[in-house]
Design a protein around this ligand. Structure first.
Ligand SMILES: Cc1cc2nc3c(=O)[nH]c(=O)nc-3n(C[C@H](O)[C@H](O)[C@H](O)COP(=O)(O)OP(=O)(O)OC[C@H]3O[C@@H](n4cnc5c(N)ncnc54)[C@H](O)[C@@H]3O)c2cc1C
Length: 281
């Protein structure tokens, strides 16, 4: 029997409108539907994937104490975090780009097989964003490329800085057009495992920008931690001048990575978030 209680607040159930293969390893899923109306601003969403083959998906509902009540294990959707690559209110479309990293991942597999009409739960959007600065350093891996694409499109025309993107190889390069003062560098792993030193070495090799710098870092846990240590401990950046989040960790599902390591967010991440909120208020 479907649970008649209201769904958890903010949960939209959207459906796949169409899919586009951006590159061999990146698939764009375009979502829409009546519940997309009023979708707000923010970089990230939580996506809820129903179990494979569930024709009548169940969603978390609001319990008597206001807390979510999830469907039983065999009907429970799997939650993953993704980036709003683009939200087009006029067209009624939400674009999300998925790295296709194989059969092991619920989300990656779902995106590979997605067909028009497939339902998907969406919570959000939310999350911290790039701060304004004289110079930007943006560094991420393949999983961060959707966010980097959105960041690059949102930079002011007079922005200056560097964008570094680590991808498996040249076949994963996308057509990004940063402002003229921002240098975009593609780094290829050429068979090496993700989370190695490629991205961190490239950040270290940058001439360190003068003035007010903001550094944005996302990708596999090891390289995010290495780059964060570099900018915080060696370059002395204050916590509100960098934003570092591990997007995934080799060998762990996102559920475990989140529950056991909080995506490598540290105290400074939350303290900086509170300070940003206070500055906006
Ligand atoms: C704020 C935020 C925004 C994100 N935005 C995006 C986005 O827009 N697009 C995107 O593709 N990802 C994005 N990610 C990363 C994504 O949430 C993780 O990659 C997630 O683990 C994918 O879930 P899954 O079910 O496919 O694999 P899981 O079930 O979580 O993991 C299964 C296995 O696959 C491995 N794995 C997970 N991700 C990758 C990967 N990218 N490459 C290689 N192996 C991997 C895991 O280590 C594990 O061994 C984002 C993460 C965060 C925190």
């Amino acid at each position: 029997m479907p649970d008649e209680r209201p769904r958890v607040p903010g949960l939209r159930v959207l459906s796949v409108l169409r899919a586009e293969q951006v590159t061999p390893g990146m698939r764009r899923i375009i979502l829409g539907g009546p519940e997309l109306a009023g979708f707000g601003d923010g970089p990230n969403v939580k996506l809820l994937f129903p179990p494979r083959g569930d024709e009548d998906p169940r969603w978390p509902v609001q319990g008597p104490d206001g807390r979510p009540v999830w469907p039983p294990a065999e009907r429970r959707p799997t939650m993953r975090t993704y980036t709003v690559r683009r939200y087009d209110a006029a067209a009624g479309e939400l674009h999300v780009d998925f790295v296709l990293h194989g059969d092991a991942g619920v989300a990656s597999r779902w995106a590979r097989d997605a067909r028009p009409g497939d339902p998907l739960g969406v919570l959000g959007p939310g999350g911290r964003v790039l701060g304004r600065a004289d110079r930007y350093v943006v560094a991420g891996d393949h999983s961060a490329l959707p966010a980097i694409g959105a960041i690059v499109e949102g930079l002011p025309a007079d922005a200056r800085g560097h964008v570094l993107v680590e991808v498996p190889g040249p076949e994963e390069v996308q057509d990004l057009a940063p402002p003229p003062g921002v240098e975009l560098t593609w780094l290829f792993r050429d068979g090496a495992a993700a989370g190695g030193p490629v991205l961190a070495d490239a950040v270290r090799a940058l001439p360190w920008p003068d003035g007010d710098v903001f550094v944005w870092i996302a990708g596999e846990s090891s390289s995010v931690r290495a780059i964060r240590s570099y900018v915080r401990d060696e370059r002395g950046l204050e916590r509100r001048r960098y934003l570092a989040i591990g997007y995934w960790k080799r060998g762990l599902t996102e559920t475990t990575y989140h529950d056991e390591h909080d995506n490598d967010r540290d105290e400074d991440y939350y303290a900086a978030g509170r300070e940003e909120a206070a500055a906006r208020a």
